[in-house]
Design a protein around this ligand. Sequence first.
Ligand SMILES: Cc1ncc(COP(=O)(O)O)c(C=O)c1O
Length: 397
Amino acid sequence: MNYDFSEKVSHLQASAIREILKFTADPEVISFAAGNPAPEAFPVETLTELSAEIFAEDPILALQYSVTEGYTPLRDELKKRLEKDGIFDPEADELIITSGAQQANELTAKVMCDEGDTLVCEAPCFIGSLNAFKSYNVDLRGVTLDPDGINLEELEKVLSGGTVKLIYLIPNFQNPTGNTMSLEKRKAVLELAKKYNTVILEDNPYGDLRFAGEDIPTIKSMDNSGNVVYSGTFSKVLAPGIRVGYAVGPKEIIQKIVVCKQVADVHSNIWAQVLAYKFLTKCDMDKHLASLREIYKHKCSLMLDAIEKNFSSKVTCTKPEGGLFIWCTLPSDCDMMSFCSRAVQEYKVALVPGTAFMVNETDKTTSFRVNFSTPTDEQIVKGCEMVGRLSKEMFGE
Ligand SMILES: Cc1ncc(COP(=O)(O)O)c(C=O)c1O
């Protein structure tokens, strides 16, 4: 049978990095390739108790169909917390619970963009969002990501060249680079969005995982003209398996997202929403977040120290103040793909080639992403020694 796939998905390709990631099934391979929270970060006992409570108190609530907007007590609790941070404006905004931030981002693109519309993202950018945007056949434009955020000159050039429907940004501890956008750039990007009458999608899954430096206000909290949709998630602060995230934004946009979500999956897992609500209201969230920050601070500095000690001095890397990722860059004339292939095949360490995060996998980069949250301390030390050996073999001390 020859299947005739739809126009909108026929150009989507399985990523070339699968070739590298498939080696992670080998138990000998240390994976720096994942993007998962640390296994030790899950509050397993508490979640077990709360789950039992849900079924003891109101099993039908957790098992029955629910409303598309999400479990009302959870929405109200989130609104209250986000209002305190200036992210939710009760006069202008609405909030919908989604199946992870992934769905919040995907549905925002769906309601804002027609096929062929221009959508701007940072280059490099989170692969899950790239694929979601590509599935809508938008004209995706990657704008260079500088250490302090998206390059403003390049951004304005794209904005002034024609209508841009959406600007997708990950201002805190960006995936894949770990970079954080400065306050000045956040303000400037918001001004540009107003000037060119476009919408920013601010994706902030890692904002609560700051383990160094000072918090910077979100772009959403500085917006008073309805130019920003904000997405958040419980994935990195509680558990990604529960698939509970949310989108906050101007009422009109969220109402459209509700209609699209109804078509997509009716509503997010209601049992998981009740679980998230109970965790927020019955547990000490601040204490929990502080413990997560300790875990990630330790693992990040262990990895940065190991990189410093073992890698060739020709390899540079970012120094994130939060999140889960470090972005390493090899000398400009080298073959990064062959470096990553040799790392996994000969040195048994999986890295994610930077091309995976480019708008087109053919765009040139000599960078790769490493993750410090998933491996154990021993794996971080051993893995960096191995990659360090390869880097010195290829680039000298
Ligand atoms: C930048 C970014 N946005 C969104 C997501 C999706 O998160 P969720 O599990 O909430 O769908 C991720 C997950 O890694 C991410 O890195």
